[in-house]
Write a protein that binds this ligand. Structure first.
Ligand code: RIB
Length: 298
């Protein structure tokens, strides 16, 4: 069983700052790094680290092929990653001392994925395979439609959230993974209870995971609701915490691990990731996650 991830590959420009820059303010950063990131790439790395057979479909500028090599080194199949003449996608990331981040994105090569690329990438899939996508690449509508047509399982993480998400064929989605802000935007509700009600009543074709930051995660399934608490750690950088959760969760869940165990594994992996700087580089290995879970066994 393979997981085909149509996802962004970004170059993250990470600035450590005392506070997020304010309108009209010029702020000196205390530290700067250029690192591999992108929600797609981070999720592919987390999947690969967790042991999944992950095939990344994406695009990066030809001069940045070293970033593709970094993905390959982590175990991601990058035969679907094209080198383009368009500048690579990048993110300007501010990180504060408490580990919070604020991100500005430039889509670049991530926006060059075409319907043809999607068709080709899904050509030799099998019905047991999964497709995963986020909201940082082009042709998402084609990904959702074609994946469903090929009878694949579809996981969608509509991040970063935008109005265009609501126009997508969301009935093709089998597993929706959102944070609280995305959950509010997609349901059009503000109160958490109302959000849950909308998901239960209007999204019954789909399982929904809401990530709740320090409060853990909630999974809404046909017949039950599963809640898993987050692990308490000292966060230094929360960038890619959600991506790490998704990769580790989906790797376990798609290979039929019990949902609660899979959620716990995702939470453990993301707890480790937030204790480290950066996005892709903060994602732990499977051994580290196993050790963490053994240490935190109830
Ligand atoms: O989720 C974190 C990621 O969001 C960063 O790596 C950045 O590239 C943006 O895509």
């Amino acid at each position: 069983m393979a997981i085909i991830n149509f996802g962004s590959i970004n170059i993250d420009h990470v600035y450590q700052v005392d506070h997020f820059v304010q309108p009209g303010e010029t702020l000196a950063s205390t530290h700067y790094q250029t690192l591999l990131g992108g929600k797609g790439a981070n999720q592919s790395i987390a999947l690969a680290q967790a042991g999944a057979d992950v095939r990344h479909v994406g695009s990066i500028h030809e001069n940045d092929a070293s970033f593709k090599q970094a993905l390959i080194k982590k175990g991601v199949d990058c035969r679907g990653v094209k080198c383009s003449e368009v500048p690579s996608g990048h993110a300007i990331i501010q990180v504060t001392p408490s580990g919070e981040n604020a991100i500005v994105l430039f889509g670049g090569a991530n926006q060059t994925i075409t319907a043809k690329t999607v068709m080709q990438a899904l050509d030799d899939t099998r019905p047991s395979d999964w497709v995963l996508t986020q909201n940082e690449t082009s042709s998402i509508e084609e990904v959702l439609r074609q994946a469903k047509e090929n009878q694949l399982k579809v996981a969608f993480n509509p991040a970063p959230m935008s109005e265009s998400v609501k126009q997508l064929p969301l009935d093709c989605v089998d597993l929706l993974i959102v944070n609280e802000t995305e959950a509010a935007a997609i349901t059009g509700k503000e109160e958490f209870e109302e959000i849950v009600t909308v998901f239960k009543e209007q999204w019954s074709h789909c399982e929904v995971i809401i990530t709740l930051g320090k409060a853990g995660v909630m999974m809404l399934r046909k017949d039950d609701v599963i809640k898993v608490n987050a692990f308490t750690v000292d966060a230094v950088d929360t960038t890619a915490a959600g991506d790490t959760f998704i990769g580790y969760f989906l790797s376990a869940y798609s290979s039929h691990t019990d949902a609660k165990q899979a959620l716990r594994r995702g939470c453990a992996a993301s707890a480790i990731a937030v204790t480290r700087e950066g996005a892709a580089q903060s994602i732990p290995s499977q051994k580290e996650v196993d050790r963490f879970l053994a240490k935190h066994a109830n």
